[in-house]
Design a protein around this ligand. Structure first.
Ligand code: ZN
Length: 139
């Protein structure tokens, strides 16, 4: 699995946010709380629903699936994980997969991850010049 630095950075900041995560079957399956869901007790009940495939209705199912993701091992490939979130289901390495893979030591965060400055994309156009100051003036 090819993981870019930006994906590592996203996974690392995700890990730092101490997300609610529940592992089952000896770390072969993980349930991750989506950031959209604030209630931890609700998350616990959603995990039970997902595991038992027991939903009250279609709208209940949609609500559960959107706010409680799972990270599972691929059956064909050992040490390959996939996630049910919108990014992971497109076969991209989402922050959930990368953080679980690092937790299971399949991957390792690059050593520089702590010092990465997380900044948004640069705005288009020429960068603003430095403001006139006193740094180069003689006293
Ligand atoms: Zn995911």
């Amino acid at each position: 699995m090819k993981v870019s630095h930006a994906q590592f950075a996203a996974a690392y900041s995700f890990k730092q946010s101490e997300p609610s995560m529940k592992s089952v079957r000896k770390n072969s399956e993980f349930y991750v709380k989506s950031s959209k869901l604030a209630d931890k007790e609700l998350f616990a009940s959603y995990v039970v629903k997902r595991r038992n495939l027991n939903y009250d209705s279609w709208s209940d199912y949609v609500k559960v699936v959107e706010s409680c993701y799972y990270v599972k091992h691929s059956e064909a490939f050992k040490e390959t994980l996939y996630c049910s979130c919108p990014v992971g289901s497109k076969k991209f390495a989402c922050k959930h997969v990368v953080s679980v893979a690092c937790k299971l030591k399949y991957l390792e965060y690059p050593p520089s991850i702590d010092s990465i400055q997380i900044q948004g994309p640069r705005s288009p156009g020429r960068q603003r010049g430095a403001k006139r100051g006193h740094a180069l003036s003689r006293l």
